[in-house]
Design a binder for this molecule. Structure first.
Ligand code: ADP
Ligand code: MG
Length: 698
C-alpha cells in the first residue's frame, strides 16, 4: 500500500473528533474509512460566500446571513400540541425574527449568545418587519475556522446519527488536507485523459469545497465537472466489476452439458398445452441454446405479467431433467410456490419426473423425507421458497436453477443457490419490466431475453381511478360482473411499518363487504399473516370459483393466476407505487373477458399520486410503466420497500445519472477490448466487491 492508500484506508474511528460512538453512527450508513467519507457527496450546497447583512435583506430573497442569537424561546399556539420556536438574530446592521414551526426540540439546540448562520427565504411579517420561517441553520463555535463554514460555498451533508452536517464538513475538510494531491487514480489514464476528466484529488476537493467561482446551481444539480468525474468513476468501477464477474462466469464449465434431440423435443410437445407465442418461442430458443453450452447460463427472462414465462421455464426444466439433471424452481412466496407446484404437477402428470414442494411450512418429517429424496436424486424438480437455499438442502445433480420474480430475491440469495451445485444454469424471471439503466446495473452480468407479446385473446384491462366518494357506483358494477359469472379481487394496502393497523383495516373491510355490501355472494379473505394451509384453502377456493370475491392484501401481487377474475378494486390506490399497481392489475385480464381495474383513492391526491393513477389509466405496457415509475419515485422505491439486490451507490443516482451509467458501460466495454484491461481488472474486482457490497458469485 502506498502512502495515499494508507490515508484513504484510515478507519473513521481514528479521525480527530470521531471516536467509537460516531464511528458506529457512520458504520450504520456503510461508512468505515476515510475514503468512504470522501466518496459520500454533500446533499446540497449553500452559497455563503456573500453573507448578506440583515439590513440589506428584501422580502422574496433567499439569503444566507450570520449573526448572534439575541433571544429565543418556545411558544404555544391555539392549535393543541402545535408549538413555535422563535428567535431573534442580530448581525450589527439589524436584526431579524425567525420562526421554526413544530420543532420543539430546538429548545435544546439554541441558546442566546450563539453565533449562527441562517439560510432561507426572507418574508414580510404581518406587522411589517422581516422574518425567516424554518430556515436552515448552523451554530458556529468561536473556535470554528470561519473559512470552512462561512465565507464560501459550503457543502451540506446529510445528518448521520450523532454526526451533524457541520461536524462532517470539518472531518471532510481535515481529511482532504491530509491527502496527497498525487492521489493514485482508479480510472485508467487513457480513459480519463480522453474524456478530459479532472484528477481524482482535484475532483474530491472541488466536490466537497467548491472554488469560489463554481456555479451554485450546477453544483446543486451535481453537474459540475468535478462531480461528474466522481459519478463517472463510481459507474466505471461498477461496470468494470460487473464485466469482470461476467468474464469469470464465462470461464466456468458445467459438469454435464445438456443436449437436445428429437426425443426431448417430442417430450416437450407432449407437455405443452397450447401454442407458444413468438416471444415465448424466441426466449425459449435463447435459453435452450444456453443450456447446450459448456458455460453456465446466467440469463434474465423479462416479460410483463401474464406473458407466460412459467411454461418457458418449465420447458427449459424439461430439457435439464431429460438430461438427468435436477431442477430447483424458486418462488418468492409460499402461495406462489404452491401454485407453481400445482401447475407444474398437472403439466408433468404423464411424465416420469417426480416433483416436490419445499417451503417454510413443510412439516419437519416431510421435509426430512423430501431432503433425502432430493439428495438421492429420485426427485427431479423441487419447487420452493427461500427454504430451498437453506444449508441442509443438498442435490445429487442440480443442473438448473429457476428463480421466479427475481426482484424479491437479493443478489446474495441468488449467489447462495448457485453454490448448491458446482456450476448450474441459472434462469431468473421477473415480471417487473426493468428500465434499461436499472437492468444494466442490477443485471449487468446477466444475458437478457424479453417476451414482449402476450398470449392470444387477451383484451387490455380497462383502468379507471375513482375517488372513494363514488364507491357505491363501483360496488354496483362489481355486482353486475359477479352476476355474469366473473370473480373479483379487492386489494387492500399493507404497509410494513403499520402492518397491524392495516391488517385490522383489511379485516374490517372484509367483514363490512361480506355482511353489508355483498351478503348474497361468497367472499374470502387472504393475508400474509394467515397460516399457510388457511391461505392455501382460500386460494384454492378462489381458483375453483367457490369464492367469488377475494379480499386480500398484496400477497396476491405476484404471479397468482385466476383467469375468470375480471375485476379488481384497489383500495387506497394512492398508497401504492406504480410498478406495484401494475403488478396487481396483472391478476386480471388473463382471459377473453373484458377486465376492469378500479383504483379507489382518497382525495386529495398529491401531484405524484395523481401522476401514478394517470399513468395506470393511460397505459398497460409494463415497460412504459416501469420507466415512468423510475422517474417518479427514484430507484430506491422502485422495488418497493425492500431494495433487494440494488447496489448501494455513493454518488450515483440511478435516475439522475442514467446517461453516465450508459457512458461508463460503453467505456468499460471499449477498455476491455483494448487489451489494456487484464491486469487492472483484478484490482477492480476486489474494489468492486468491497465497495458495492456484493460477493463474488460462481
Ligand atoms: P407470467 O409470465 O406472469 O408468469 P404465466 O406463466 O403465469 O405468466 O402465464 C399466464 C397465463 O397464460 C397462464 O394461465 C398460462 O397458462 C397462460 N399462457 C401462457 N402462455 C400461453 C400461450 N402461448 N397461449 C395461451 N395461454 C398461455
Ligand atoms: Mg409468473
Amino acid at each position: 500500500m502506498n502512502a495515499a492508500d494508507e490515508v484513504l484506508a484510515t478507519p473513521l474511528q481514528f479521525l480527530k473528533g470521531v471516536g467509537p460512538r460516531r464511528a458506529a453512527d457512520f458504520e450504520r450508513v456503510g461508512l468505515l474509512t476515510l475514503e468512504d467519507l470522501l466518496t459520500r457527496f454533500p446533499i446540497r450546497y449553500e452559497d455563503r460566500s456573500r453573507l448578506q447583512s440583515i439590513a440589506s435583506l428584501k422580502p422574496g430573497q433567499t439569503a444566507a446571513m450570520a449573526g448572534r442569537l439575541l433571544s429565543c424561546g418556545l411558544r404555544s399556539t391555539r392549535r393543541p400540541g402545535f408549538k413555535i420556536f422563535d428567535a431573534v438574530v442580530d448581525d450589527g446592521t439589524s436584526s431579524i425574527r425567525i420562526s421554526w414551526l413544530n420543532q420543539a426540540f430546538l429548545r435544546d439546540v439554541f441558546a442566546p449568545g450563539q453565533h449562527v448562520v441562517l439560510f432561507g427565504a426572507v418574508e414580510m411579517r404581518g406587522s411589517g418587519g422581516l422574518q425567516l420561517t424554518n430556515p436552515q441553520y448552523e451554530i458556529l463555535d468561536d473556535e470554528d475556522g470561519e473559512t470552512i463554514h462561512t465565507g464560501r460555498i459550503v457543502p451540506v451533508y446529510e445528518k448521520t446519527g450523532s454526526v451533524t452536517p457541520k461536524m462532517q464538513r470539518r472531518l471532510v475538510f481535515d481529511a482532504l488536507q491530509r491527502l496527497p494531491p498525487d492521489l493514485p487514480d482508479q480510472l485508467p489514464d487513457g480513459v480519463r485523459l480522453r474524456l478530459r476528466l479532472p484528477s481524482r484529488y482535484a475532483a474530491l476537493l472541488a466536490t466537497h469545497f467548491p472554488p469560489a467561482d463554481a456555479p451554485i446551481d450546477a453544483l446543486n444539480r451535481f453537474a459540475t465537472p468535478a462531480q461528474h468525474r466522481l459519478i463517472f468513476e463510481e459507474a466505471f468501477l461498477f461496470q468494470a466489476g460487473v464485466a469482470a464477474r461476467k468474464q469469470a462466469l464465462a470461464t466456468e464449465h458445467k459438469s454435464i452439458v445438456p443436449h437436445v434431440d428429437d426425443r426431448i423435443r417430442e417430450s416437450a410437445r407432449r407437455v405443452l398445452p397450447f401454442k407458444l407465442t413468438a416471444g415465448q418461442r424466441s426466449a425459449l430458443k435463447e435459453i435452450v441454446d444456453d443450456l447446450q453450452r459448456p458455460q453456465p447460463m446466467n440469463r434474465l427472462l423479462q416479460g410483463d405479467v401474464g406473458a407466460g414465462k412459467t411454461i418457458v421455464a418449465l420447458l427449459a426444466a424439461l430439457v435439464a431433467m431429460e438430461n438427468g439433471l435436477q431442477v430447483a424452481f424458486m418462488a418468492p412466496t409460499e402461495i406462489l410456490a404452491e401454485q407453481h407446484f400445482l401447475n407444474i404437477s398437472r403439466l408433468l402428470q404423464d411424465s416420469r419426473f417426480r416433483l416436490a414442494l419445499l417451503t417454510g411450512s413443510t412439516p419437519a418429517a416431510a421435509r426430512r423425507a423430501t431432503l433425502a429424496e432430493i439428495q438421492a436424486g429420485s426427485i427431479h424438480l423441487v419447487v420452493g421458497t427461500h427454504a430451498l437455499v437453506e444449508g441442509d438442502v443438498g442435490f445429487k445433480e442440480l443442473g438448473l436453477v429457476v428463480i421466479d420474480e427475481q426482484h424479491r430475491f437479493g443478489v446474495l440469495q441468488r449467489a447462495s443457490l448457485r453454490t448448491k451445485a458446482s456450476h448450474p444454469d441459472v434462469l431468473v424471471m421477473t415480471a417487473t419490466p426493468i428500465p434499461r439503466t436499472l437492468a444494466l446495473t442490477l443485471y449487468g452480468d446477466l444475458d437478457v431475453s424479453v417476451i414482449r407479446d402476450l398470449p392470444p385473446g387477451r383484451t387490455p384491462t380497462k383502468t379507471t381511478a375513482k375517488p372513494e366518494s363514488r364507491r357505491d357506483e363501483v360496488y354496483a358494477f362489481v355486482r353486475a360482473q359477479l352476476d355474469a359469472g366473473r370473480q373479483a379481487y379487492v386489494i387492500y394496502p399493507l404497509v410494513e411499518e403499520s402492518e397491524k393497523v392495516d391488517l385490522k383495516a383489511a379485516t374490517a373491510m372484509f367483514d363490512h363487504l361480506a355482511q353489508d355490501v355483498f351478503p348474497q355472494y361468497r367472499l374470502g379473505l387472504l393475508h400474509g399473516r394467515m397460516k399457510a394451509d388457511a391461505k392455501d384453502r382460500v386460494m384454492k377456493a378462489f381458483t375453483s370459483g367457490e369464492i367469488q370475491m377475494l379480499v386480500s392484501t398484496t400477497v396476491v401481487e405476484v404471479g397468482v393466476d385466476v383467469p375468470n377474475a375480471s375485476v379488481m378494486i384497489v383500495e387506497h390506490a394512492e398508497r401504492f407505487g406504480l410498478s406495484q399497481l401494475h403488478q396487481l392489475r396483472g391478476r386480471v385480464g388473463r382471459d377473453r373477458h373484458q377486465s376492469y381495474c378500479v383504483l379507489l383513492y382518497q382525495a386529495p391526491l398529491s401531484d405524484e399520486g395523481r401522476e401514478r393513477l394517470r399513468a395506470m389509466s393511460e397505459t398497460t405496457d409494463g415497460f412504459e410503466i416501469a420507466e415512468r415509475d423510475l422517474s417518479l419515485r427514484g430507484p430506491g422505491d422502485f422495488f418497493g420497500t425492500r431494495q433487494a439486490g440494488l447496489p448501494t451507490f455513493r454518488s450515483i443516482d440511478l435516475v439522475r445519472d442514467r446517461s453516465v451509467l450508459e457512458e461508463a458501460k460503453q467505456e468499460v466495454d471499449a477498455w476491455l477490448t483494448s487489451g489494456a484491461a487484464d491486469s487492472a481488472l483484478a484490482v477492480m474486482r476486489a474494489n468492486w466487491a468491497q465497495r458495492f457490497g456484493l460477493i463474488e458469485v460462481g
